[in-house]
Design a protein around this ligand. Structure first.
Ligand code: ADP
Length: 331
């Protein structure tokens, strides 16, 4: 598909180049032939005063032959020039067409990879529900207890599907933030995000030590709460029980920074560059830790941060812990 699009674009680029080149050549030929013709006429008028009719006739024939030769030369040169433009322009047009299409090509590839990953993740809970329901339907003496268990499990899977679809919607951008210029007190968004996870943290006996000082950040309060929630959620998910998550903040050069540090499982240096990719989960999270998630949180965090003209830094030591620092513009 992209090959034929590149060829079509090449033809268009080349057509434009050739129209310009041919127009230039025709104009040059006209101007030059008129100039040369005028020159010959001037010379003939001048020699008319000195030469007899026979000599003048001979000289005029000679000059006209020379003029024709010059014009033939010019036509040949212009032909060569246009042939060169056609070949060189064709190659340059194809290169330009490929270059123009490359970002579209990779965006399309990323989109289909995203759709494939999303479908794969959606299929897992759906298959689990389907299997459980089929087994239950086949059983002749389903007890009330078993039915309740089945409904609970179904609800759990529905919950997963809901959180996955919310994540997908967030990434697809259909939940756009619009008031990115509000002055948002950092302490408000931090405490809102902490409240969301107070129960999960308590269940794992994890204490969240909030040392973040208050600064005003430029952005959207709800999105910033979501952003900080993602880091706190991960810090709790990927930390052992009875550990501590520490939040700190500082201000430098009109930038407010917030760090979220944990003493959890950490991320291997080889995996660190990929944690912001959609659907990426480290080997540790998929296997040993078994923490729930789809690998969308950090991709969403990245998207929110970029929309706020900020950036995220991460440092981590496997087995020691991770620190995520988000830098945002001050209000
Ligand atoms: P998930 O839903 O899997 O948590 P994220 O996009 O939030 O998705 O994170 C991507 C992966 O990065 C996680 O699966 C985990 O392997 C790793 N990760 C993120 N935060 C941490 C952390 N604080 N400590 C250790 N690993 C982390």
């Amino acid at each position: 598909m992209f090959h034929s699009a590149a060829l079509k674009l090449t033809v268009w680029y080349l057509a434009i180049i050739m129209v310009i080149s041919l127009t230039f050549s025709v104009s040059l030929y006209q101007v030059s032939s008129e100039d040369l013709g005028r020159n010959v006429n001037r010379q003939l008028t001048y020699f008319n005063n000195f030469l007899g009719p026979q000599d003048l006739n001979n000289y005029s024939n000679l000059r006209l032959r020379q003029l024709n030769n010059d014009l033939k030369h010019l036509r040949a040169n212009l032909f060569l020039f246009n042939a060169f433009v056609l070949i060189g322009g064709g190659a340059a047009s194809y290169w330009l067409a490929r270059r123009t299409l490359r970002p579209i090509e990779s965006a399309l590839a990323a989109q289909s990879r995203f759709a494939a990953d999303a479908s794969h993740e959606l299929r897992t809970p759906l298959t689990a529900m389907q299997t459980e329901n089929e087994v239950a339907l086949r059983s002749n003496n389903l007890t009330k207890k078993q039915a309740t268990e089945l409904l609970k499990s179904n609800l759990e899977e529905v919950g997963k599907l809901k959180s996955l679809s919310e994540g997908l919607l967030r990434l697809a951008g259909s939940n756009q933030t619009d008031n990115l210029n509000d002055s948002v007190p950092l302490k408000d968004v931090v405490s809102k995000a902490m409240q969301r996870f107070s129960k999960t943290a308590a269940a794992k006996h994890i204490s969240i030590d909030n040392k973040a000082r208050n600064f005003n950040v430029r952005g959207d309060a709800d999105s910033l709460t979501e952003l900080i929630s993602i880091f706190i959620d991960n810090a709790i998910k990927y930390s052992p029980s009875r550990s501590t998550v520490i939040l700190k903040s500082w201000s430098r050069d009109k930038t407010i920074s917030l760090s979220i540090a944990d003493n959890g499982q950490g991320i291997a240096a080889t995996e660190l560059p990929y944690v912001f990719d959609r659907f990426y989960r480290t080997d540790n999270s998929r296997t040993k830790n078994q923490a729930e998630g789809y690998g969308l949180g950090l991709a969403i965090a990245q998207k929110i941060t970029e929309a706020h003209h900020g950036h995220i830094e991460v440092s981590s030591l496997p087995g020691k812990g991770s620190t995520f620092i988000v830098h945002l513009p001050a209000a």
